[in-house]
Write a protein that binds this ligand. Structure first.
Ligand code: NAD
Length: 462
């Protein structure tokens, strides 16, 4: 360790912690400890491993408010969102504690003997975490990794490491053996790269940008590592003229501005059937102006600041060019207000009508900016929704049940919701299609991403 990161509260712009910038040596040490911990962890009887995971979950519950306040101080997200996310961490750990002794193999009918399968652990898992949901996404990887008998080394994002560090401390206090869950802070280009390349890391579970995910996959290929990638998105909410427009509009800010739009599932495009565009925009403007921006520790506020000043600059850049003519500002339909003074504030912003070719309608903005795009019929809605290299999430708003299913099958995305903007539940699988990644987190499906099927044939022929 030679240096430290100054961790900044994006609301106050004050330094709230100093965290070590570790290098390759510390990463290798952590991997060695994780490897040494494997036999002991795997020797613990399943019911006892489940018990340890439940104790870990209970420790998270006991420290719920502390973790939530820490997340809000580090990321700037509203305290209500942080409380929900920390609640989810405990739920994830309970869910996978329950799966430890239920992740069964099979016996397979074959000639000449008995054939059976075992779900074997992979070994040491390297988890690389983004800054937007630091503690929740850490748990999505820790839960299934530990349940299936792996040990795990977590590398949080440089700017938001605090809750992952605390989570690992709580795991130790709850009784997880040394080396089973570790956190190594440092740069993605150093610690992340080393985890992706390390010969003793069996799998890399990466969440972050598509660009870095591609690099991680390339580096992991040298040792044929298992890789799961949860990457970016440019999801669409599709609103048909037969939808409950009031409900669709009232729900829209939650689908695009939650976590200040710094959400891989953000519906940063709303496709609206042309015949109801004006009515929908009036309803949407009302909902957006009620989306209060301010101090995220105040429960009354629905949105805090962006995570850094640099990121605010990136988001603003999407509005500084447009109309197909770089240099001309994009026409804004509605923009909310933000507080004065310190904080990396950005107003909730609706751009309507947006041209589907504008950069802000094509690239992931990762801020509170939405493009509202008209369409004429179902076929055009499908074409526009799929006109992106991403395929993570999306919503369909209609009262026509058959159409909702046609659309849900036609849109190329891993997680869709009908008459709702909900994308993530502990019990259901989550992950992307196309360049939003592969592999599934959460649900029972995640267990397959952290284990490997071994087939054993026993001859019964004398
Ligand atoms: P990022 O790709 O910049 O960083 C993600 C993590 O990778 C960080 O921990 C970073 O330190 C590390 N990293 C950076 N360079 C690396 C390298 N060369 N090798 C290994 N690791 C490296 O992403 P971000 O800015 O932290 O997060 C935002 C992105 O994450 C968005 O694109 C968003 O859509 C995506 N995201 C996806 C999901 C999902 O589940 N699909 C969830 C949250 C965020």
């Amino acid at each position: 360790m030679s240096d430290v990161t100054h961790v900044v509260n994006p609301t106050t712009e004050q330094v709230i912690a100093e965290v070590a910038i570790h290098g390759v040596e510390a990463t290798d040490d952590a991997v060695a400890r994780a490897r040494a911990a494997l036999p002991g962890w795997q020797a613990i009887a399943p019911a006892d491993r489940a018990r340890l995971m439940r104790r870990f979950a209970a420790a998270v519950e006991e420290h719920h408010e502390e973790l939530a306040q820490l997340e809000t101080a580090n990321v700037g997200k509203p305290i209500g969102e942080s409380r929900d996310e920390v609640g989810m961490v405990a739920e994830v750990l309970y869910f996978y504690a329950g799966a430890v002794d239920k992740h069964r193999g099979a016996t397979v009918p074959v000639a000449g003997g008995v054939d059976m399968t075992f779900n074997e652990p992979l070994g040491v898992v390297g988890a690389i975490i983004p800054w937007n949901f630091p503690v929740a996404i850490t748990s999505w990887k820790v839960g299934p990794a530990l349940a299936t008998g792996n040990t795990i080394v977590v590398k949080p994002a440089e700017i938001t490491p605090l809750t992952a560090i605390r989570l690992a401390e709580l795991g130790l206090e709850a009784g997880l053996p040394e080396g089973v869950l570790q956190v190594v802070t440092g740069k993605g280009s150093v610690v992340g790269t080393r985890l992706a390349e390390h010969p003793d890391v069996a799998k890399v579970a990466f969440t972050g940008s598509t660009e870095v995910g591609s690099e991680v996959m390339t580096r992991a290929s040298g040792t044929i590592k298992r890789v799961t990638l949860e990457l970016g998105g440019k999801s669409a909410s599709v609103v048909f003229d037969d939808a409950d427009l009031a409900k669709a509009a009232a729900s829209a800010p939650g689908g695009m501005f939650a976590n200040a739009g710094q959400d891989c599932c953000a519906r940063s495009r709303i496709l609206v059937q042309r015949s109801v565009m004006d009515e929908f925009l009036d309803l949407l403007a009302e909902a957006v102006l009620a989306w209060t921006v301010g101090d995220p520790t105040d429960e009354a506020n629905k949105m805090g600041p962006l995570v850094t000043a640099a990121h605010r600059g990136v988001v603003a850049g999407f509005l500084e060019e447009g109309m197909g003519a770089p240099g001309g500002p994009v026409a804004t339909h509605t923009a909310g207000t933000v507080p004065d003074g310190p904080g990396f504030w950005f107003p909730p912003t609706v751009v309507a009508p947006a041209d589907p070719q504008w950069r802000m309608a094509r690239e992931e903005i990762f801020g509170p900016v939405v493009a509202v795009i008209p369409f004429d019929d179902e076929a055009e809605a499908v074409r526009l929704a799929n006109d992106t290299p991403y395929g993570l999430s999306g919503s369909i708003w209609t009262r026509d049940g058959a159409r909702s299913l046609r659309m849900a099958r036609a849109i190329q995305a891993g997680n869709l919701s009908v008459n709702s903007n909900s994308s993530v539940r502990v019990q259901t699988s989550f992950g992307g299609m196309k360049q939003s990644g592969f592999g599934r987190e959460l649900g029972l499906e995640a267990l397959a991403s952290y284990s490997e099927v071994k087939n054993v044939f026993v001859s019964t022929v004398d």
